[in-house]
Ligand binder design. Structure first.
Ligand SMILES: Nc1ncnc2c1ncn2[C@@H]1O[C@H](COP(=O)(O)OP(=O)(O)OP(=O)(O)O)[C@@H](O)[C@H]1O
Length: 866
């Protein structure tokens, strides 16, 4: 075995004498300061040839332990002569682009990070600073340095689709001016394989993981990628998503072991940042107390405001609004001044709606006069986005400058409300916790309506993220957060305000994520990181879980899960002849490889899906979209059916072909009738129904019906009423079906179900945008969604090229569609269409260059070869 480098333990908090990784891989570190010296699997395959698996296993246990490498803590810059800007080797124009955004000088901490030599040399870095501290600028500068100075690609991983979309727009603006290309990877967006001309890929966690897997497979990852940015690094401890993030980072550590790939992690809520930095072999900048805009945290009990130590600050004036006596005065104090805004965090979706309604009733009527025209426009935009449907609450509250924001709204509705809030047309926004970590919508005052989210008590991390939204950089000189508490809960409120943040632990600690171990093993074999038990141990030892757990717990876990995979046909052993010696190896079977490529769960989904797909190849009905929609509807985590009577009546009105499909998948009238008699709204996550296959099929079929209407362009408002599914939940269904469908496609490709893969791919595209096939190409234009695409089509614009060549006037004339027909929007659509054409042309050129090795697509260049 290759010897491990021994690294002395040094006191955390000092600048360590850092050593580079050994040439054969990262040192394998453990949180408890005892290192399990496993070498990365590919170090030298010949090393364990003589060992049988049991021997290897024993050796691991008896191996000596070494110590972890503490990270360097980047110190705030102390020098009086520090310039205002660290250019990271980028041209001066970058600074002027920031100046246009009103960022003229860097904060000290930004300067310290961006002028740090080790960071500039490519050392990994973790930045742990509170919300609104300005982490984005640091990430952008390091990304641009990667692309423009180091000439490598950057992959940015963000937690939510909405933030990916926002970031793509922001960076594309830089890209246009500085000549680099940005591509977004979310939902059905983003081309696989990554185009050679894409410089920055901005991805959701799952898409980022798939992209990295594919680049590793094509041996492009280490060669082309120079940077991986992870925003909200604390998501490592979230169940499924955290696991994907951990796996992705494990691969990056494993692959980029010659320091070729820099990792930048950012979070506002990682108290054990030093340990996480140690796992990632990163330096860190850690100042969870930094705030560019000072924050004053308070709790309100009855009429009095207290600080976090329980000292009285002041009493609140009573504004006499019976329905919202606690909240109304706190809102009025702020919004009675011009251009001020309040965010009110509520405990549930229903509460956001009720609170907005109640507050609107209390506000004085003259409030309606403020920005009256803009409010009318905002309501029109919402109506247009809903194909003519109007939300009755928003129609009442927006004229008063109030709106609600939660997941029951569609993405379009939320975007329009966010825009209205940013432009100060809406002054009071009631929201759920989703806005705490989502898009950047700061407020002068943040109010937490109570100590709960749903039925659970707020966690320290969520509380801090909510408070962090108070104070707008460059606008406010301070921000305020006020937690409203009942008198009998005052103690709990103080505990929450003073609670230390929860440490970030690997998602594999989560009992519901234990199943992920099987995926971990499949990934190590399927991704060719390992072909022996030793190799699997090596790979697993690079995970955060291995860094944080005693090895005695990990070994049995690996063995147990490996046995399952061997017994159930996902993994097999084979013998390899090495210099005349027969050596036992491990590899994925066809089913195992399909499961790895699709990221399905081996236990819950893979076998079930395989038998369903085999049946579908014989019985698939193609004359109606419903059967395919059913195949693409996820098997798990669906919402409950709210009304079985409604379901039965929908079933009874289905045409014969749809009833035939229902019977082919196993839904019968008798079953639905029984449900109407004996069932309440059921949740599939309810343990009573976990194994109830018939129920799962029936629920899946119900949502497939809704999806099949959606792709026929039935307006979401109408669908929501017909099926009693909230608008936001319909879009969630659309998103998850699209994701499930692309997993299916990968599964089918590996299993050689080519015909199914093709047809599923077409339906995924339709489901992604919720349209008939004819509109799909138009929806590829940035800013063109379902409604706009239909308006363009009906106005005679049938191809992207036609739109790219149109004048804004022609477009406006054709698309007479309310607030979306303005000149600015038309120009933006034309520009996006041109960019899309250019991107497609670039990709075709690349493909041509790959086809024609003599070089290029210039006229005549390929003739000799052909
Ligand atoms: N050096 C600076 N000078 C002035 N304003 C700045 C500076 N850096 C960032 N800002 C502004 O501060 C605000 C918050 O910054 P940013 O969104 O980067 O915070 P963040 O740390 O990424 O927060 P989050 O944790 O919410 O993602 C933005 O409006 C940004 O433009």
């Amino acid at each position: 075995m290759i010897e491990q480098t021994l690294i002395p333990v040094e006191e955390v908090g000092t600048i360590a004498a850092l050593q580079p990784w050994p040439s054969d891989g990262p040192p394998v570190l453990r949180e408890d300061s005892s290192m399990w010296p496993l070498s990365p699997s590919q170090i030298d395959p010949e090393d364990d040839y003589e060992l049988d698996p049991d021997e290897v296993y024993t050796q691991q246990h008896s191996a000596p332990r070494t110590a972890p490498l503490p990270p360097t803590i980047i110190q705030p810059s102390q020098s009086a002569w520090d310039p205002d800007w660290a250019d990271c080797g980028l041209a001066p124009i970058v600074r002027s682009l920031y100046a246009e955004k009103n960022i003229k000088k860097m904060y000290d901490w930004q300067f310290s990070c961006l002028s740090n030599e080790r960071m500039l040399e490519g050392r990994n870095l973790i930045v742990a600073l509170p919300t609104s501290a300005g982490k984005t600028l640091v990430a952008e500068m390091i990304t641009m340095r990667c692309v423009m100075v180091r000439k490598k690609k950057a992959i940015i991983i963000l937690p939510f689709v909405s933030i990916v979309v926002e970031k793509v727009n922001q960076l594309a603006e830089f890209g246009r001016r500085l000549h680099f290309n940005v591509e977004g990877y979310y939902g059905g967006q983003g081309s696989f394989p990554l185009s050679h001309s894409t410089d920055v890929a901005i991805c959701t966690i799952e898409k980022g993981h798939s992209l990295i897997n594919q680049m590793i497979e094509e041996k492009r990852f280490c060669k082309e990628v120079g940077l991986i940015v992870i925003d909200e690094l604390h998501m490592l401890d979230e169940e499924e998503r955290g696991f994907n993030l951990e796996l992705l980072l494990t691969k990056a550590l494993f692959e980029g072991r010659n320091d070729t790939i820099q990792i930048l992690g950012m979070s506002a809520t990682i108290p054990n940042v030093i340990k996480i930095a140690q796992w990632l072999q990163a330096d860190c900048y850690n100042n969870l107390d930094f705030r560019p805009v000072p924050l004053s945290e308070m709790v309100k009990v009855q009429n009095t405001l207290y600080n976090a130590s329980g000292q009285t600050i002041r009493t609140v004036q009573d504004y006499k609004c019976k329905q919202a006596s606690e909240l109304y005065p706190l809102c009025m104090e702020v919004v009675s001044k011009p251009d001020q805004s309040v965010l009110v965090f509520c405990s549930s979706r229903a509460d956001t709606v009720n609170t907005a309604d109640t507050l609107a009733k209390c506000l004085p009527p003259e409030t309606m006069k403020y920005k009256e025209q803009e409010k009318v426009m905002l309501l029109q935009k919402l109506k247009y986005a809903n194909s003519g449907g109007s939300d009755s609450t928003l129609t009442r509250t927006i004229p008063m400058g109030i709106a609600y924001h939660n997941a029951s709204l569609t993405v379009d509705e939320r975007e329009i409300i966010e825009e209205g809030y940013s432009n100060r047309i809406i002054n009071i926004l009631t929201c759920t916790t989703t806005l705490a970590a989502g898009v950047n919508l700061p407020a002068r005052r943040v109010i937490l309506k109570n100590l709960f989210t749903g039925r659970e008590k707020l966690k320290g991390r969520t509380y801090r993220q909510m408070c962090g939204r108070a104070g707008r950089a460059g606008i406010d000189d301070y921000g305020e957060s006020i937690l409203i508490s009942r008198k009998d809960q005052q103690k709990v409120a103080y505990e929450l305000m003073n609670a230390p943040l929860e440490e970030v632990r690997s998602s594999l600690y989560n009992s519901s994520c234990k199943k992920c171990f099987k995926r971990l093993i499949l990934d190590s074999l399927g991704g060719h990181y390992a072909n022996t038990r030793q190799g699997i141990y090596d790979f697993v030892s690079c995970t955060l879980y291995a860094f944080q757990s005693p090895m005695e717990e990990i070994h049995p876990e690996i063995e147990r899960n490996l046995s399952y995979l061997l017994d159930n046909g996902f993994v097999e052993t084979f013998w390899e002849d090495v210099n005349g010696i027969q050596v036992e190896r491990l590899r994925t079977t066809l089913l195992g490889n399909a499961t790895f490529q699709s990221t399905f769960s081996p236990e819950k989904e893979a076998s079930l899906i395989d038998s369903e797909l085999r049946r579908a190849q014989e019985l698939l009905v193609l004359s109606d979209s419903l059967h395919l929609c059913y195949l693409i509807t996820p098997m798990y985590n669906l919402f409950p059916v709210q009304d079985w009577d409604l379901y039965l009546s929908i079933y009874n009105s289905l045409p014969p072909i749809r009833k035939k499909i229902a019977s082919a998948v196993g839904v019968t009238e008798d079953y639905l009738y029984n449900q109407t008699v004996c069932s309440k709204p059921d949740s599939l996550s309810d343990s009573r129904h976990k194994d109830n296959l018939s129920l799962r099929i029936a629920v899946r079929f119900y949502f497939a019906l809704a999806l099949s209407d959606l792709i026929e362009e039935v307006p979401i408002f109408q669908l929501s009423k017909k099926y009693k599914i909230e608008r936001g939940n319909l879009q969630k269904l659309q998103e998850s079906a699209q994701a499930f469908g692309s997993q299916m496609q990968n599964f089918c490709k590996v299993m050689d179900y080519w015909a199914l893969a093709e047809v599923i791919s077409t339906y995924c595209k339709r489901i992604n945008v919720g349209t008939k096939m004819e509109l799909v190409p138009l929806t590829e234009i940035a800013g063109v969604k379902r409604a706009r695409a239909r308006a363009l089509w009906n106005g005679g614009f049938r191809t992207v090229r036609q739109i790219a060549l149109a004048t804004p006037e022609e477009l406006m004339k054709a698309v007479r569609a309310g607030p979306y027909a303005g000149e600015g929007i038309s120009k933006m659509i034309i520009r996006s269409a041109k960019e899309l054409l250019e991107k497609k042309a670039r990709e075709l050129r690349e493909q041509a260059e790959e086809l024609l090795p003599t070089g290029g697509t210039q006229e005549g260049a390929g003739n000799g070869f052909l």
